[in-house]
Ligand binder design. Structure first.
Ligand SMILES: C[S@@+](CC[C@H](N)C(=O)[O-])C[C@H]1O[C@@H](n2cnc3c(N)ncnc32)[C@H](O)[C@@H]1O
Length: 300
């Protein structure tokens, strides 16, 4: 959604921008090109390989950016508050992460049960699968994947691992395929469980909540935050963040009734009321973008 992101952030020469999810650097390059000749970009990714890939993509803009191997939840630790004109968070996994089997994100390719975006972190998907209790695994599959067979999957995993721990993606996927055969269904039986493990290993929703907060801190008034989400749990967090911070009041007691409202200045305004979906042309070119949604807010 490069065109939509550029239309939302309106990069200009002399402006300062943040890409919190560099990936291969495609969006970052578009922001730097659109803010030529003197726009500045701070970029980070929690995946070291992505930072290196982005550094290569951005070589032509040398002298106009600073990149870090870091989680976007920490943006406010290294970027001045109220200093940037636009922040982009393009969530989820990148194609290289999915396509490199050694990263262990894909159930279609044999690889270690890893799924860490940041390989400096110690927790892997293998550790979760081989040490969590039935309750813990069932909760992960249900909460982060909406997997209807959450308990069955969790029980079968804990049973199987008493004989032999799970080491590879295909080892786990084969068990799930046996428990819930695909039989003409569109999605593969391991899809939701793998997504859930990935979200848990990387604490993706926790990072998102903290990242939105950090982005709001570093933006100057009038600066914009654009977030691309890939599934409903992420989108709900972004939508609620926007709605809550756009209100001109807070309330106590957890129930929004007029008597309990305290007036205050809104922290932002919604630029998009509904999520923007990818264009037909983008869907044709990149089918993985089918569940993407872009939301944009502006700091007030
Ligand atoms: C969909 S890709 C981004 C693609 C990128 N916009 C491009 O143009 O190539 C998502 C990237 O976000 C990174 N990521 C996900 N969560 C992150 C977080 N909390 N902090 C930093 N990077 C994160 C992933 O490692 C991955 O490289």
């Amino acid at each position: 959604m490069v065109t939509e992101v550029i239309a939302a952030l309106k990069p200009r020469s002399g402006g300062c921008y943040v890409d919190g999810t560099l990936g291969g650097g495609g969006h970052a390059a578009a922001i730097l090109a659109a803010s030529s000749p003197s726009g500045w970009l701070y970029g980070c990714d929690r995946d070291g390989a992505a930072v290196e890939a982005a550094r290569r993509t951005l070589a032509q803009f040398a002298g106009r950016f600073e990149l870090r191997h870091d989680n976007f939840a920490n943006l406010a630790d290294w970027i001045e508050p109220d200093s940037v004109d636009g922040v982009l968070l393009d969530l989820g996994v990148s194609s290289p992460q999915l396509d490199v089997s050694e990263r262990g994100f894909s159930f279609q390719q044999e690889g270690p049960l890893d799924m860490r975006m940041d390989t400096r972190q110690s927790l892997t998907a293998g550790q979760l699968v081989n040490t969590n209790s039935v309750e813990q695994l069932a909760q992960i599959f249900w909460e982060f994947g909406g997997e209807p067979n959450a308990r069955r999957f969790a029980r079968a995993i804990v049973n199987r691992r008493t004989e032999r721990p799970f080491e590879t993606t295909r080892d786990l996927a084969t068990l799930l395929e046996r428990l819930a055969p695909q039989r003409g269904k569109k999605t593969h039986p391991a899809t939701k469980a793998f997504q859930a493990l990935r979200l848990a290993v990387n604490d993706e929703l926790g990072s998102l909540t903290n990242g939105l907060e950090a982005a709001l801190k570093v933006l100057r008034r009038g600066g914009r935050l654009a977030v691309i989400t890939f599934h409903s749990l992420e989108d709900r967090i972004v939508k609620n963040f926007g709605r809550t911070r756009a209100r001109d009041y807070t309330f106590t007691g957890g129930v929004d009734v007029p008597e309990l409202r305290e007036p205050r200045a809104p922290e932002l305004k919604l630029v998009t009321r509904k999520g923007i979906k990818p264009s037909q042309a983008e869907l044709m070119e990149n089918p993985r973008s089918r569940s993407a949604q872009l939301r944009v807010v502006e700091k007030t």
